[in-house]
Design a protein around this ligand. Structure first.
Ligand code: MG
Ligand code: ZN
Length: 353
């Protein structure tokens, strides 16, 4: 008697898809930035626990050196566009982003940043504007977008506007948001209504560097998945940005850079804890580009690094991708930055009708 292999039985092996996706972006976080944080920390970093690692090519539509607007548009929409473009294609027409697609399918959505919420990286995930500096136009897009959770700076672009008299905080309230800001208290201090959308403004303009007292990113990274999980039964897409890693790179400030990276890694730890308990969450960590052309010079010792920068700008090197959870294996290998979008869609089964 021969054993027949039943092809059907292979097809029936259940593939585990994630219910939730958390995309964490360290703006300007190249491989050397990650290495510098690993070698500066007494304990292993949370990021070291990610089982799948890949690299993506960061270049934009017409420039080997991308900026954060084109970089985030590649992640959000799957298209390479010109530097400065917020959620629009090279022909300046808007591209549909992953948050809009997630909302259509009933998923909850969230954006957390340590910059203003209208800054290029978070903006490209929901707004559609020709240029990244159109902050008040971007704020208007955000106020109308019905993202379930928003945490970041930039309150003044919502309620003290120059281009019009709109009060977008009033609008958010009218749309059913629970809106709070740093003026009332810390993020930890509010009684949360999980049935309502939630917005918390962490600063009028840009939030402080972590070295000057900003402390909300790790807590926000614990709170946001918990909130979205309670808020919706259909899963969620959440983007969390460590925005100021990039700024430390531009400023060529090594100590500042390490402090922002360690803060970002603390946020990674919070997200990983949620994902471990939940079991249905895919976590992806990457950068839009490297900033500063960082090197760890010979002569460096553990926790005594001789850091050097070759640029005050973004460089063109590939950047790492780390993944954990169901379908994380999609993220190994070397691919274009736009593939982050396509892989997220595949993991969420958006590519199958
Ligand atoms: Mg950014
Ligand atoms: Zn930058």
């Amino acid at each position: 008697m021969t054993t027949r292999v039943n092809a059907q039985s292979y097809a029936n092996v259940p593939v585990k898809y994630p219910k939730n996706i958390i995309l964490m972006i360290g703006d300007g976080m190249g491989l050397t930035q990650v290495s510098a944080a690993v070698y500066s920390s007494k304990q292993p970093l949370h990021i070291e626990q990610f089982p799948v690692v890949g690299f993506h090519k960061t270049h934009s539509f017409d420039n080997l050196r991308t900026d954060s607007a084109a970089g985030a548009t590649a992640f959000a929409c799957g298209v390479k566009t010109y530097n400065g473009a917020i959620g629009i294609k090279p022909d300046t027409l808007p591209c549909k982003n992953i948050i809009e697609e997630a909302k259509e399918r009933g998923l909850a959505t969230g954006l957390v940043a340590t910059s203003t919420i209208v800054h290029a990286t978070p903006a490209a995930f929901i707004a559609h504007q020709h240029l990244r500096v159109m902050f008040e136009e971007i704020a208007k897009d955000i106020a109308h977008a019905d993202v379930d959770l928003l945490i970041g700076g930039g309150l003044r672009y919502f309620n003290r506007r120059n281009i019009d008299e709109l009060d977008l905080i009033k609008l958010l309230n009218k749309k059913g948001y629970q809106v709070h800001s740093f003026l009332e208290g810390e993020l930890t201090s509010f009684r949360i209504d999980y049935t309502k959308n939630f917005a918390y403004f962490t600063a009028n303009d840009e939030p402080l560097p972590v070295s000057q007292g900003r402390d909300y990113l790790p807590y926000a990274s614990r709170f946001a998945p918990y909130f979205l999980d309670k808020h919706s039964e259909n899963g969620f897409f959440l983007m969390i940005e460590g925005s100021q890693i990039d700024w430390a790179g531009h400023a060529n400030q090594g100590a500042l850079l390490i402090s922002e990276l360690l803060d970002f890694d603390a946020a990674v730890g919070e997200v990983l804890e949620f994902a471990r308990k939940d079991g249905e969450t895919l976590v992806i960590i990457t950068a839009d580009h490297e900033t500063g052309g960082l090197a760890i010079n010979p002569g460096s010792k553990m926790r005594k690094l001789d850091l050097a920068f070759t640029s005050s700008d973004h460089t063109c090197t590939m950047v790492p991708v780390f993944a954990y959870g169901p379908m994380s294996e999609l993220f190994s290998g070397i691919y274009e930055n736009t593939e982050i979008y396509h892989k997220i869609r595949r993991a969420l089964q958006f590519d199958t009708p």
